[in-house]
Design a protein around this ligand. Structure first.
Ligand code: SF4
Length: 254
């Protein structure tokens, strides 16, 4: 059972929900959180007792300046740090898996190596997820401020001294070597099988298939790519903004 999107921990019935899932027999109960509620040790412990087994906590920088600039919340970094310290103590008593999630933007890409240095001391963390900042048409005027060119992303990530694979999502496979990095995403053909509709970024109701089709670009080079069925390709808005004429760094996967 996964609680993703928005912030489940601010719900008054969050504990009851987790207890109910546990009672129903779910062995794995996952949450995504901004971590602020986890700064409270006894609350953190109570969600573990209620059945939460997996946590993904967002943190977007190695310092208050960089993280809080992205969260628009003062003391957000401090609370996340307290959450990490609490998790460190609780990991000795409870079994749970925890990941961090760092959305990579133009404002924090240079901080990634420092972040890796900072986060490695929390040895109980299973991995550090990085999510590539996607172009949402609603925020078109901020593309220049936030979108990271693939070449810069590759330069920074290829230089990281790591003993484990980086998990990164929302990225076409040809940007970072998928043999060295754990690029994870659900390809277009998987989404195509789902008939779900949703309210899209522009307020229109679209099926997932149409939403992805409208916002992604399938270059003719993708046709012969071994990842074409699992890749989500390049976002149309991204390709448009950076005036891309071909998939990024295609040679890295040939
Ligand atoms: S060439 Fe196309 S299908 Fe292949 S990894 Fe790149 S974007 Fe994805």
């Amino acid at each position: 059972m996964e609680f993703i999107g928005w912030e489940v921990l601010i719900r008054k019935d969050a504990i009851l929900l987790f207890q109910f899932c546990k009672k129903l027999g779910y062995k794995k109960i996952s949450i995504e959180t901004n971590g602020t509620k986890l700064a409270d040790f006894s609350f953190f412990e109570s969600i573990l007792q209620a059945g939460v087994t997996n946590l993904v906590m967002s943190i977007h920088g190695s310092s208050p300046e960089i993280n809080d600039m992205h969260t628009w919340l003062k003391k957000s970094f401090q609370m996340k740090q307290e959450a990490l310290e609490n998790a460190s103590i609780l990991s000795e008593k409870y079994e749970f898996e925890m990941f961090t999630n760092y959305v990579v933007t133009l404002k924090n890409i240079e901080d990634v190596p420092r972040f890796i240095g900072y986060i490695q001391k929390y040895t109980y963390l299973k991995n550090y997820i990085f999510a590539f900042c996607r172009p949402l048409p609603l925020y078109e005027e901020t593309y220049g401020e936030y979108l990271v060119p693939f070449s810069l992303l590759k330069k920074v990530f290829d230089s990281l001294p790591l003993d484990k694979k980086i998990r990164i999502q929302y990225l076409p496979y040809c940007v970072l070597d998928p043999e060295k990095n754990e690029v994870f995403q659900e390809g277009f053909f998987k989404w195509k099988k789902q008939s779900t509709t949703r309210i899209d970024w522009d307020g229109k109701i679209r099926s997932l298939e149409n939403a992805i089709q409208d916002h992604t670009l399938y270059f003719h080079e993708c046709e012969s790519c071994k990842y074409k069925n699992s890749c989500r390709w390049v976002w149309a808005e991204y390709a448009d903004f950076f005036k891309m004429k071909a998939p990024p760094l295609l040679e890295s996967i040939q």
